[in-house]
Design a protein around this ligand. Structure first.
Ligand SMILES: [Zn+2]
Length: 101
């Protein structure tokens, strides 16, 4: 999967950046900054993990861009991001889904 440098969610454009110390210093594969419309991914993680981290932070960004932002507790927000990111990526890979065709 080619991970984009920008993602448009509704009317707002989010940017994706990489950091080489995120995992080492903060034990995070990725971070979502809703007020900055920014997602940062650790550049040192393996490709499969990077794709999962991208989906995970994307789910956080989508939640923040919706009414779910105020409906979900922090714990539930995290559980939704973990579950949907892993399971959606699994379904895409298992079925060789390619939405560009
Ligand atoms: Zn998370």
């Amino acid at each position: 999967m080619k991970i984009p440098t920008k993602v448009k969610i509704k009317a707002k454009t989010w940017t994706l950046n990489y950091d080489k110390e995120l995992l080492r210093d903060d034990h995070n594969y990725g971070v979502c900054y809703p007020t900055k419309l920014k997602i940062v991914l650790d550049a040192t993680q393996p490709k499969d993990q990077l794709e999962n981290s991208f989906f995970h932070e994307l789910i956080h960004a989508i939640i923040d861009s919706s009414a779910l932002r105020t409906d979900l507790s922090r714990d539930l927000n995290e559980k939704v991001a973990v579950t949907i990111a892993e399971d959606l990526l699994h379904v895409i890979r298992q079925n060789n889904l390619d939405f560009r065709k």
